[in-house]
Design a binder for this molecule. Sequence first.
Ligand SMILES: [Zn+2]
Length: 186
Amino acid sequence: MADSPAFDYVANRRGITDPALIRRLGLGYVGEPSTSHERFQGMLAVPYLRHGYSGPNVTTIRFACIADDCAHEHHDKISSLPGHGVRLYNTRDLLAPADEICICLGEWDTITALTYGLHAVGVQSVTGWKPYMAQAFQGYKKVRIFTRIGDRDQSMQWANELAAQIPAAIVESHPVARGEPAALRP
Ligand SMILES: [Zn+2]
């Protein structure tokens, strides 16, 4: 990751510069892809981690395109491994001692929330929520669901769908500018 194009992207395009956070999230650059991962060459690897006995274990990895001039015609902006389905991002925070948790749309909003010291998990997309996921958010005093102002109400619809299934949910809207971290101050 260090000195890689992925590091530049994370720092300059996403405003994430804390080396400890980057390490904790296991973000990486696909410089030499392993067999069957060739199409992810040059992308940013975003692992989905869970607590293991001697450190984090990887449940899946998603790959973000970081090419400036790419229109993402032949791949998604962020691609999943085949057959891995939709999952919650950063489920480790569900095991943290906390009264409050945030649900964000996508990995980047989740990571931005983490930079503000919040506990946060991410839903992969506006179609990435499954009703069984609501079980994981029971028992919190407050579940903050972050939507983005300016995305033509897509995320508001998504947030309201979640809020209907989570008892302590509060929907909050924050402005988001392309390539800029969302303003998610508590
Ligand atoms: Zn692309």
